[in-house]
Design a protein around this ligand. Sequence first.
Ligand code: PMP
Length: 390
Amino acid sequence: MTRPRLMIPGPIEFADEVLAAMGQPSPGHVDPTFIPVFGRALQDLRTVFQAGEGYQPFILAGSGTLAMDSTIANLVEPGDRVLVIDTGYFSQRMADVCRRYGAVVDVLSAAPGETIGAGQVAGQLASADYDLVAVTHVDTSTGVLTDVAGIAQAAKAADALVVVDGVCSAGGEEVRQQDWGVDVFLTASQKALGAPPGLALFVASPAALAKWESRQAPVASYYSDWGLWLPVMQAYEASRPAYFATPAVNLVMALAVSLRQILAEGLEVVFARHRYVSDAFKTGVSSLGLGQVPTHPDHAAHTLTCARYPAGVGVELLPKVRAAGAILAGGLHPAIRNEYFRIGHMGIVGRSDTLATLGALEAGLRAAGYAVEPGIALAAAQAVLDPVRG
Ligand code: PMP
């Protein structure tokens, strides 16, 4: 690859077959060739989230923030009590969205790099009558992975709906929407699901649909209203054309390809690949003497690595790494923004991406004046990757 690899936490490097779908002539949205593609994408989304019958997938033109907006606009009524589990930047956004739709929001906040456990959530749930609990599965600003299964169990016991922001997890981290009791699992196309940016994706449980159906207040957002989208999603899945607003046809075609690739590889294999690639990155970064933002490996995500700059090095590192072949992202959490950088490793990422990126990081660090023995991170990563390759 002559251009630098895009190794940020989304958008990511996309498969050639996915990009080829983007480049096809656009069919009409009610074209007989498009209807089954949309229908299959909806079904495959439900399968990838490990949700069953009665769970309703939605695919809207928009980004992950629209998936948050649509979920909350439809599930929250003015005066509802929401508990937001705050592990960083995107949990704060979720709290803002909930407030915008009239919720009374309590926020349980973790320090940057820490997570919040199910026990702590259960304690908070005992203190008030919450209607909804919102969790960020992987917080892209800290690289923290939160225990969705445990928190959802606590929320169910307290009779609250569970909304999970899986924008930086779906397609990379283990997700079991139905087994875990998640009412809306939401994401976007551009991360581990492996299609270009532009689609808001979510799957709603029967309980979420029931809550929406029993609303007293109308949904305050027009475009986000499930009442306008539900018949469209149901029609496409039943192989019938429907229209409310024009779908992003090429993006849907691209997503259909990437979802098929994920299912062909096998969900468990995909999760395992994300785990060992993540281990290789984290081992490589540690071998260079760099710390990480998550305070314990047990709650570090497998879709990205948030590495701390070594002493004497700062944001000037990133253009140097780019010149050596890999595009990385800067910090995002406002409290520590200039202390760390982020490496995304999700989607079709594998051995060669890992080694090329760590090689570029070594070169960038050297160019920034940090002494690095050439190849040290590559050796560390290969020690993780080689046994896997078997
Ligand atoms: N939630 C999380 C966890 C994210 O990582 C992002 C995007 N980085 C969003 C929400 C917002 O998604 P988008 O930028 O696609 O609107």
